[in-house]
Ligand binder design. Structure first.
Ligand SMILES: [Zn+2]
Length: 319
């Protein structure tokens, strides 16, 4: 049987759940669809991630505004992927913050990524005509940026912990509350997309740095909120195990002079028993193995994905 392309046939809406993680700290999860968050400052809001379109974002903002009517001062983008950034215009944020490398990636490949993600995940792009264009950060940083939330609310620390899911991922960390918004650097009971990743760095020092924060709760890129040390360790551990299994399986085929197709089947077989039923697993695997193959071949930066290249790799591996 032919598998339908990526998530093109995934058209059933997911149930969204608003979770209150601490006073003024919110996460909206959606059964494996991309998560978003918000943090109250004394007289402003920080929103984390923008969703795929302004129309999709407006529903989330309406829901958030049942809790607080503070205006959005900061919109934080964890990385450049279209489903996380193209709804930005709905927020009316004073400042849109991302990593320096994210700005570079948007300039270099934002348009191609938009077409790629629209083709792979059409359901997330509600009313795609409402997107006014690429989202450009208005403030970027290289290592760390601290937002003082005011009153007794403490600080929100935005930090770059190394290359991982992309070369420009940042996390949003509330040290006083022990809450981490990890973007796609950590997934909780959802598969990883690694088509733009740096597998070795991510599985090693980047996840080490995340684990070293000692979070009590983690909002990952997709999936349930991990609450408590055990659940946090499980989410980080799952992410690392997924990457290490790919590195071992694809690495062995690559070293033995096998083919990309062999590598795909080996990695798929090794991961499927543990992760095969989790959201977007089948969608991601061809792109993941293709990028890792390049990384092992010494191609430093991920080759730009276009809608056409997505189809070619899919047809080569998944059908
Ligand atoms: Zn992503």
């Amino acid at each position: 049987m032919t598998k339908s392309f990526a998530s093109a046939a995934d058209l059933a809406d997911k149930q969204q759940t608003l979770e209150v993680l601490a006073d003024g700290v919110y996460a909206l999860t959606a059964e494996g669809d991309p998560n978003v968050g918000a943090i109250e400052g004394e007289d402003f809001l920080v929103c984390i991630e923008a969703m795929a379109t302004p129309v999709a974002a407006r529903d989330w903002l309406d829901r958030l505004h049942t809790r607080t009517d503070k205006p959005v001062r900061y919109l934080v983008l964890s990385h450049y992927h279209a489903v996380r950034v193209l709804g930005a215009s709905a927020y009316g944020a004073e400042v849109i913050i991302a990593h320096d490398n994210t700005r570079t990636l948007i300039a270099e490949r934002g348009m191609a990524d938009w077409a790629s993600e629209l083709g792979r995940m059409p359901r997330l792009f509600r009313d795609p005509a409402s997107i006014p264009g690429l989202t450009w950060p208005t403030a970027t940083f290289s290592d760390r940026l601290t937002i003082q939330l005011g009153g007794q609310r403490g600080d929100l620390v935005l930090a770059y912990l190394g290359r991982g899911h992309t070369e420009g991922d940042i996390v949003a960390w509330l040290p006083d509350q022990g809450i981490l918004f990890a973007g796609d650097l950590v997934e909780s009971q959802a598969a990883l997309y690694t088509g733009d990743a740096y597998h070795s760095d991510w599985a090693g020092r980047t996840l080490d740095a995340i684990a070293g924060l000692g979070a009590q709760a983690v909002v990952g890129g997709r999936g349930a909120v991990a609450r408590g040390q055990d659940a946090v360790a499980a989410a980080v551990g799952q992410t690392r195990d997924f990457l290490r299994t790919m590195l071992a399986e694809v690495g062995a085929v690559h070293a033995a002079g096998g083919t990309l197709r062999d590598a795909f089947h080996a990695a798929h077989a090794a991961l499927a028993p543990r992760y095969g039923r989790w959201p977007i697993f089948e969608h991601c695997m061809p792109f993941n193995v293709s990028r890792l193959w390049d990384e092992l071949s010494g191609i430093e930066r991920p080759v730009i994905w276009t809608a056409e290249r997505d189809r070619q790799v899919w047809d080569q591996l998944q059908e």
